[in-house]
Design a protein around this ligand. Structure first.
Ligand SMILES: [Zn+2]
Ligand SMILES: [Zn+2]
Length: 278
């Protein structure tokens, strides 16, 4: 089978490169049954990457209109990527809520974990608020994510382990720490308990930031053992990466023992549809 849907895409309403219509047209070219537009939800600060508050109504209206225009070819869903620390969203206005963690915070100080212009701020936060202890920072990231998952109960948990974004050379924390592994497994359990689908996110791979998807493959088996369900997203900021790595992720899911994956439903289907992987 081929995965013909993507719930995690960005447009020029937030930090994506193209208008929603270009994203939808590319999805139709790829033979997608459905596409979800999920620009970064309104925030009270760091608004450089989010939907401006004064454009949120226009954002939803634009996506609803695209669903009408292209309804014979594809189902277009309106969503937002809600940041679990900073985001604001009236979820009743959206078809589903994708929640992701982009920040780590302690004692009122916070930093983005995945923003190249803010990389030094993250390392400074580790050195100052966490006394240089990178594992403590990573543990705090998963603690915040777990708390938010149980409080918000999102439909989809986006890019689970983004805190690894700047840890390619192990400069932020020790990836092999058993404490870290424990925290990741505990957080996975909280996400499962929240009822969310877990996104297998290829956005970091597409942009060459990381060597593994989010979450790393080493966590997938545990998710399956918990009974969790996975959905593929490419976190695309350009229509060219709408299905980046999807065939490989499908093969990996099969190798990890998954028999199905979830997709956004097409026209006249439910919001989420389970598709057999073979
Ligand atoms: Zn994100
Ligand atoms: Zn995103």
């Amino acid at each position: 089978m081929r995965i013909l849907s993507n719930p995690h895409t960005h447009t020029s309403f937030s930090d994506g490169k193209c208008a929603p219509e270009e994203v939808v047209r590319r999805a139709i070219e790829l033979g997608f049954r459905s596409i979800g537009i999920s620009d970064h939800s309104v925030q009270p600060f760091d608004t450089h990457f989010t939907i401006p508050a004064e454009r949120e109504t226009e954002y939803r209206r634009t996506i609803r209109a695209l669903n009408e225009t292209f309804r014979d070819s594809i189902r277009v869903y309106a969503s937002v990527e809600f940041d679990s620390f900073a985001g604001v969203a009236d979820r009743s206005e959206y078809d589903y809520l994708l929640m992701s963690a982009h920040y780590v915070e302690r004692d009122g100080a916070h930093a983005l974990v995945d923003s190249p212009p803010n990389r030094e701020k993250l390392f400074r936060l580790r050195d100052e608020a966490f006394s240089g202890d990178g594992i403590a920072l990573a543990l705090r990231f998963y603690e915040m994510l777990s708390e938010a998952a149980l409080r918000v109960r999102p439909d989809i948990m986006g890019h689970f382990d983004t805190v690894k974004r700047f840890n390619r050379e192990g400069l932020l924390y020790d990836e092999a720490s058993p404490k870290l592994r424990r925290a990741q497994l505990d957080a996975l359990e909280c996400v499962y308990e929240s009822g969310a689908l877990l996104e297998i996110n290829t956005g970091g791979l597409a942009r060459g930031y990381v060597d593994e998807p989010y979450p790393s493959r080493g966590l997938w088996r545990r998710w399956r053992e918990l009974g969790g369900r996975a959905i593929l997203g490419s976190d695309s900021h350009h229509p060219d990466t709408l299905n980046f790595g999807f065939d490989m992720m499908r093969d990996w899911l099969i190798e990890e023992g998954f028999s199905s994956v979830v997709e956004l439903g097409g026209q006249n289907e439910p919001l989420f549809v389970e598709r057999a992987l073979r």
